[in-house]
Design a protein around this ligand. Structure first.
Ligand code: NAD
Length: 485
C-alpha cells in the first residue's frame, strides 16, 4: 500500500481510483508554504451520480452483511490508520498547516478511534421493545437507510470525515462522502486504506470537489436519503433548504462562538493552561475553541496579564518543527477573512492586547499564511466581533461581576455549540451548566471527549447529535412491529 501524497488526487468510486469525469482539477495548496503541491478533482453532479449508482449496488449486500463482518472490516481500517500514522499525519499537516506533532497526537489517532469505536458499536447496538401487558408486544427494528452522504470541513480533516463515515458504515449504509476541497489529501489516502482493509467495492465512495458543485450535488441527489454535514452555518442553511423539501434526514454540525466562563474560585494554574489551549489550539480553528473569554471582574487584571504573557510565548512557526506551537491558518482566503475580522474589531473600538498581525517566517515558509495569537478587549457582547465566528487564533475578553451577568454574556450569541466553566464550587458549576444555551459543557476541562456522549449544538450551531448511539440511530430507520398476543 503506497500512502505517499500524489500530485494528482483521484476520486474513489466503486472501489477504483478515477479521474473526475469532466477532467477538471483545483489547485491544492500547502498553507505553510503557499505552494501548489497537488491537484484535486473538481467533481460535479455526474461523478456524484456514478458514485450513488455504485453505492446502491453495493448496498444490496452490505445492508445484509452481519454486524460481526462489518466490525472486522472497520476494525481493520482502524489498524491500518494506526500503522500508517506517520504518512497520514504528514499529509494532514501539509494540507492544513497544523503542527505535525498535533496531527500525530490528535488528528490521526482520533481517526482510528472513530473506526474502532463504531466497529464495536455495530456489535453492541440494540433496539427497544414495548410490552402492552397481555395485549401485544412491540419491537423496534433499526434498519440501515441505504445510501447516505457525508460532507466534512477542513479544520480536522480526517478526524471529522471518519467521525461520520464510520457510524454510517457500521450501521450498514453505503456512503458517498466528500472531504473539504481545501484539505482533500487524507480523505484520498483513506480510500487506499479502505481498499486494503477489504471494504467491498462501492460501500464507500469518496469524491473530491467544491461545495457548490460536488457537495450541493450530493445533497440534491434523490438516491441519497440522509446527509450528515459538518461545516459552516451558511452552508448548513443551504443544505437544509435543499434537503428539507426532499424529506431527507439531516444532521448539521455547524459553527460556534463558545464562551469560556472563568470564576475567581477556579483552579488557577489548570485554568490558565487549558484556556491557552482552548483559545489557540489548531490556530483557533476548532469549532469548540472558546473564542469569548469571560472573566470575573475581581481576577480580570491578573488573568489578562498572565494570559497575554503565556500567549506571547506560543511560537508561530514551520508546522514541521516540533518547537512550533502554532502553524499556518488553512488558506489565503481564510487568512484574509481572519485579518479582516481583526480589522473589524479595531474599527468597532476594540483594543488589541496581543497580536493582531500576520507573522512573516523565513525560508520554506516565507510565503505561508501565519497569524499571531490575538487577544482583544474592550468590546461589548453585541458587536460583530463578539457575535460572528472568526475561526482563527483570535479571542476576545469581557468581564462580569455576577453569575447572572456571566450567563447573560454567555447566552448573548446566535450560536450554542459548547461552553467551558471554571469554578471549584460544584453547585455553581451545575447551576451554570444547566443554564448555558449550548449542547456541550465542559467544567474545569476542555475537549475531553467520550465518544459515547451526544455531540452537537443549540441554535445556529446545528440540528441533531453525533456520537455513540445518537449516530447509529441517525444512520438507521426505526421500524416498529406490533404483534397482538
Ligand atoms: P464550509 O461550510 O465552507 O464547508 C464544509 C464542507 O461543506 C466542505 O466540504 C465544503 O465543500 C462543503 N460545502 C460547502 N457549501 C456546500 C453546499 N452548499 N452544499 C454542500 N456542501 C457544501 O465550512 P469550512 O469552512 O470547511 O469549515 C469551517 C466551519 O465548520 C466553521 O464554521 C466551523 O465552526 C464548522 N465546524 C463545525 C463543527 C461542529 O462539529 N459543529 C466541527 C468543525 C467545524
Amino acid at each position: 500500500m503506497d500512502l505517499t501524497a500524489p500530485s494528482k488526487i483521484a476520486n474513489y468510486i466503486a472501489g477504483s481510483l478515477q479521474a473526475p469525469l469532466n477532467g477538471k482539477y483545483i489547485d491544492n495548496i500547502n498553507p505553510a508554504t503557499g505552494e501548489v503541491y497537488s491537484q484535486t478533482p473538481d467533481s460535479d453532479a455526474k461523478d456524484v451520480d456514478e458514485a450513488v449508482g455504485a453505492a446502491k449496488m453495493a448496498f444490496e449486500s452490505w445492508g445484509k452483511t452481519p454486524a460481526e463482518e462489518r466490525f472486522r472490516i472497520l476494525n481493520r481500517i482502524a489498524e491500518l490508520i494506526d500503522q500508517n500514522l506517520e504518512a497520514l499525519a504528514l499529509a494532514e499537516t501539509n494540507d492544513n498547516g497544523k503542527p505535525l506533532w498535533l496531527s500525530k497526537r490528535v488528528d490521526i489517532p482520533r481517526a482510528s478511534s472513530n473506526f474502532r469505536f463504531f466497529a464495536t458499536g455495530a456489535m453492541h447496538f440494540s433496539t427497544e421493545s414495548h410490552n402492552m401487558e397481555d395485549k401485544a408486544i412491540n419491537y423496534t427494528l433499526r434498519q440501515p437507510i441505504g445510501v447516505v452522504g457525508c460532507i466534512s470541513p477542513w479544520n480536522l480533516p480526517l478526524y471529522l470525515f471518519t467521525w461520520k463515515i464510520a457510524p454510517a458504515l457500521a450501521a450498514g449504509n453505503c456512503v458517498v462522502a466528500k472531504p473539504s476541497e481545501v484539505t482533500p489529501m487524507t480523505g484520498y489516502l483513506l480510500s487506499i486504506i479502505c481498499k486494503e482493509a477489504g471494504l467491498p467495492d462501492g460501500v464507500l465512495n469518496i469524491l473530491h470537489g467544491t461545495g457548490p458543485s460536488c457537495g450541493a450535488a450530493i445533497v440534491a441527489h434523490p438516491g441519497i436519503k440522509a446527509i450528515s454535514f459538518t461545516g459552516s452555518t451558511r452552508a448548513g442553511r443551504d443544505i437544509a433548504a435543499t434537503a428539507g423539501p426532499m424529506f431527507k434526514k439531516v444532521s448539521l454540525e455547524l459553527g460556534g462562538k463558545n464562551p469560556n466562563i472563568i470564576f475567581a474560585d477556579c483552579d488557577w494554574d489548570k485554568m490558565m493552561r487549558v484556556t491557552l489551549q482552548s483559545s489557540f489550539s489548531n490556530q483557533g480553528q476548532i469549532c469548540l475553541c472558546g473564542s469569548r473569554v469571560l472573566v470575573e471582574e475581581s481576577i480580570y487584571e491578573k488573568f489578562k496579564e498572565e494570559f497575554i504573557a503565556r500567549a506571547r510565548k506560543l511560537t508561530v512557526g514551520d508546522p514541521l518543527e516540533d518547537s512550533s506551537r502554532q502553524g499556518a491558518v488553512v488558506s489565503k482566503m481564510h487568512y484574509d477573512k481572519v485579518m479582516g475580522m481583526i480589522q473589524q474589531a479595531k474599527d468597532e473600538g476594540g483594543t488589541i492586547l496581543l497580536g493582531g498581525n500576520s507573522v512573516a517566517l523565513e525560508g520554506r515558509c516565507k510565503n505561508g499564511y501565519f497569524i499571531a495569537p490575538t487577544i482583544i478587549e474592550g468590546l461589548g457582547p453585541n458587536c460583530r466581533t463578539n457575535m460572528e465566528e472568526i475561526f482563527g487564533p483570535v479571542v476576545t475578553m469581557q468581564s462580569f461581576k455576577t453569575e447572572d451577568e456571566a450567563l447573560q454574556l454567555a447566552n448573548t450569541s446566535d450560536y450554542g455549540l459548547s461552553a467551558t466553566i471554571w469554578t471549584q464550587d460544584v453547585s455553581r458549576a451545575n447551576r451554570v451548566a444547566a443554564q448555558v444555551h449550548s449542547g456541550i459543557i465542559w467544567v474545569n476541562c476542555w475537549l475531553l471527549r467520550d465518544l459515547r456522549t451526544p455531540f452537537g449544538g443549540f441554535k445556529n450551531s446545528g440540528v441533531g447529535r453525533e456520537g455513540g448511539w445518537d449516530a447509529l440511530r441517525f444512520f438507521t430507520e426505526p421500524k416498529n412491529v406490533c404483534i397482538e398476543l
